[in-house]
Design a binder for this molecule. Structure first.
Ligand code: CA
Length: 235
């Protein structure tokens, strides 16, 4: 594990990768662009480092010695919204799709050019830095630090799972999430769930949104597929 460069959260990158040749090439490329880099070879250790909250982005290998990178990502999503860029050594679509469905932000396939990775990092960080942990869409504004969501200017009074559900949907407006995906992303730590859990919460969420603004339907049902939050364009 090494620490290079000055440790400023906004430009600190955590690399979780067990192949030191790859980590070295990435570290070199990132440090030359002004980023501070910390490298961990284990998923478990990476998660511990993430809990410190000192990083702006994670670059994560999928095949790690102690844990699968997807499991690291799932566990990390319980406590952080940090952008995650996956390094995939398999070019098949399954890895790609699954990687993004579990809450990753982007992926690159090995072998990659370090310059490409640095460019992706820059794009993700720029995208994810609107204004101090607040993300706004046409109708919603979500403050990740205080776990509050405003809708059409009104603060929503949400239960924990309603908040987490809406947060997942708002992460990628327009993207359809199946019930299974939502169960996995939102209720992964829940002790009791049922087949109707997702639908029930969608229903109560819709009712709360309706009391703020009647006539808008920001949560879209895709028959046989799942739910999305409209990105506003089709409204
Ligand atoms: Ca590996």
């Amino acid at each position: 594990m090494r620490l290079k460069g000055e440790c400023v959260k906004e430009s600190s990158i955590l690399i979780i990768e067990d192949e030191s040749a790859i980590a070295d090439v990435l570290t070199y490329a990132l440090v030359s662009e002004g980023y501070a880099v910390r490298h961990s070879t284990l998923g478990y250790e990476g998660l511990e480092l993430l809990r410190s909250g000192n990083y702006a982005l994670v670059i994560m290998d999928i095949g790690l010695p102690d844990m699968n990178g997807f499991d690291v990502c799932r566990k990390a999503r319980n406590f952080t919204d940090i952008p995650i860029l996956f390094l995939s050594s398999r070019s098949d679509e399954v890895d790609r799709v699954v990687g993004l469905e579990i809450g990753a932000d982007d992926y690159v396939t090995k072998p990659f050019s370090p310059r490409e990775v640095v460019a992706r990092v820059r794009v993700i960080l720029r995208r994810g830095m609107p204004s101090k942990g607040v993300k706004s869409t046409q109708w919603f504004s979500i403050d990740f630090e205080s776990a509050r969501i405003h809708y059409c200017g009104s603060l929503l009074d949400l239960t924990r799972y309603e908040y987490l559900l809406l947060k997942v949907l708002l992460k990628h407006p327009g993207r359809i999430y199946s019930r299974d995906q939502l169960m996995d992303l939102v209720w992964c730590d829940a002790l009791e769930t049922s087949d109707r859990t997702v639908d029930t919460h969608i229903k109560t969420l819709r009712a709360k949104l309706k009391t703020v603004r009647n006539g808008l339907e920001p949560i879209v049902t895709h028959r046989g597929m799942g739910y999305s939050v409209t990105n506003g364009k089709e409204a």
